[in-house]
Design a protein around this ligand. Structure first.
Ligand code: HEM
Ligand code: HEM
Length: 174
């Protein structure tokens, strides 16, 4: 039995719907692929087919995450964290979720800026160098946020046992 002083120890989180879950796991594949295929240097963009592929991939990823943001914020609900969870958990979860979106949009936006600057007669090397610096900074921040996010999910599984991890994965045998 759970005592009144342990309100969050019950498996209370309502499951996310299949659309939110599908989007969540597909976006992990997209991010993983993006990291595997990352360019080594800007001169690879001289190949028109690669330039086009990069632009299509980045635009697709950006639109996918925009749809995701719309879907979770406006339609299906963004978090299953129980209302009774401590304030710091609500703040941490919101900060990391927005940080994840922010890093992805920065990677996509800076990538597209690099691509268009590379073909521009007006924008100079300084612009390409600045956008590459932004691209690389966001690429360094995203894995840190993902690790924090996964640690948070495990915290809810092992310490809180409130069903938040299962809201995205479905039930585990344990
Ligand atoms: C129009 C789209 C994009 C363009 C033109 C672009 C361009 C570049 C360039 C020029 C570099 C090399 C930077 C350097 O000189 O060190 C780079 C690195 C990289 N990009 Fe992109 N990028 C795009 C989109 C993306 C997307 C959507 C991802 C998704 C995760 C991504 C992931 C990476 C990775 C992992 C690296 C390697 C970073 C490193 O080794 O430090 N890029 N990109
Ligand atoms: C194995 C890795 C991952 C696990 C175990 C995991 C787990 C979860 C769980 C349990 C939730 C529900 C949290 C809640 O309802 O408050 C969630 C939501 C979320 N996850 Fe993950 N996640 C993983 C990877 C990622 C990655 C790579 C991203 C990168 C974008 C991400 C972005 C999000 C976002 C933004 C939400 C909030 C709901 C939304 O807007 O879609 N997750 N995740």
């Amino acid at each position: 039995m759970t005592s009144a002083s342990e309100p969050t120890l019950k498996a209370t989180a309502k499951p996310h719907g299949f659309v939110t879950r599908g989007i969540h796991w597909i976006s992990i594949l997209l991010i993983g692929y993006g990291y595997l295929k990352g360019l080594d240097n800007v001169d690879q963009l001289a190949d028109p087919a690669l330039w086009q592929f990069e632009v299509v991939f980045a635009s697709g990823m950006g639109l996918f995450f925009l749809f995701r943001l719309f879907w979770t914020q406006m339609v299906a609900g963004a978090t299953r964290l129980p209302q009774a969870a401590p304030k710091w958990e609500h703040a941490a979860s919101r900060t990391v979720h927005y940080g994840l979106y922010g890093s992805v949009f920065t990677i996509v936006g800076s990538g597209l800026a690099i691509a268009f600057a590379y073909r521009s007669a007006v924008l100079g090397d300084w612009f390409i160098n600045a956008t590459i610096a932004i691209h690389e900074a966001a690429l360094a921040v995203l894995p840190v946020l993902i690790a924090t996010h996964v640690a948070g999910a495990l915290w809810h599984k092992v310490i809180r046992r409130d069903g938040v991890l299962e809201s995205m994965t479905g039930k585990f045998p344990i």
